[in-house]
Design a protein around this ligand. Structure first.
Ligand SMILES: [Zn+2]
Length: 252
């Protein structure tokens, strides 16, 4: 297969892939939102797209749908350049993706949100789709704290603390971006953001009252310890984790 990206294929090749058993579709769900003074607004869209692509390749029977590049980012809207979908918009888009693709014979769907604000809505869409399409299997990695714990453990292997690794434009996410698009990273602007605990209480505050309640520069974590090499390792680790989760959910 030359490409796993449906948008780069023609309908003959998509049909042929389905005939050969490529009946799983991986969908990344990112965001276009502020990521501190040093990372581009497309950070989550880019990471989500690359991760979904690598996951599809590892699964062996999967194609990749176009990444949903915009997500639910109301909590970032005070920062310029952020574009946010209403939860109802994102949910409708997820439904439309699945409704379209089931017609052609795709039967398994893996939704991979790469932005925290999408997790709840993605899970709600999955629950609805399970009722609407009982013949399909659909899963999503929508455990926000599970993902953060995983990222923090990847950073911990390099002696980076949880607080530095962070949850938004900190060490871990900045390392991802150094690995994927170093030319878009402004290293001279690296500075710490909010460094502290990030549990249910803090995330609720952010989602309800906006990022500035915790961080003025838009960063949760500290990008100063980020590196390209760490980013490559984190990407590999994350892809492995997601492939395991998808296999567990879709192949059971
Ligand atoms: Zn992000």
């Amino acid at each position: 297969m030359e490409t796993l990206r449906i948008e780069e294929m023609n309908w003959w090749d998509v049909q042929e892939a389905i005939n050969q058993g490529y009946t799983t579709v991986v969908i990344g769900i990112g965001s276009i939102e502020q990521h501190g003074p040093h990372l581009p607004t497309q950070t989550d869209a880019l990471i989500g797209d690359v991760v979904a692509n690598r996951v599809a390749a590892r699964l062996k029977n999967a194609l990749q749908a176009p990444t949903i590049r915009i997500g639910c980012s109301d909590h970032h809207l005070t920062f310029p350049g952020t574009i946010s979908y209403k939860e109802s918009t994102l949910k409708a888009i997820i439904h439309d993706y699945v409704d379209s693709l089931v017609r052609h014979g795709f039967s398994n769907f893996a939704l991979l949100p790469s932005h925290g604000g999408n997790f709840k809505t993605t899970q709600e869409a999955i629950d609805e789709i399970k009722t609407e399409h009982p013949d399909c299997k659909i899963m999503g990695y929508t455990d926000l704290f599970g993902l953060l714990d995983a990222l923090h453990s990847f950073s911990g292997e390099f002696g980076v603390t949880e607080e530095e690794s962070g949850a938004h434009a900190g060490e871990s996410e900045t390392s991802f971006m150094l690995a994927l698009a170093e030319n878009l990273v402004k290293k001279e602007r690296f500075e710490p953001g909010y460094i502290g605990p990030l549990g249910a209480e803090q995330t609720q505050l952010i989602f309800e009252k906006g990022m500035p309640t915790l961080t003025k520069n838009g960063i949760l974590g500290d990008p100063t310890k980020a590196s390209r090499e760490k980013g490559e390792t984190y990407l590999n680790n994350l892809v492995s984790l997601l492939v395991d989760e998808i296999r567990k959910d879709l192949e059971s």
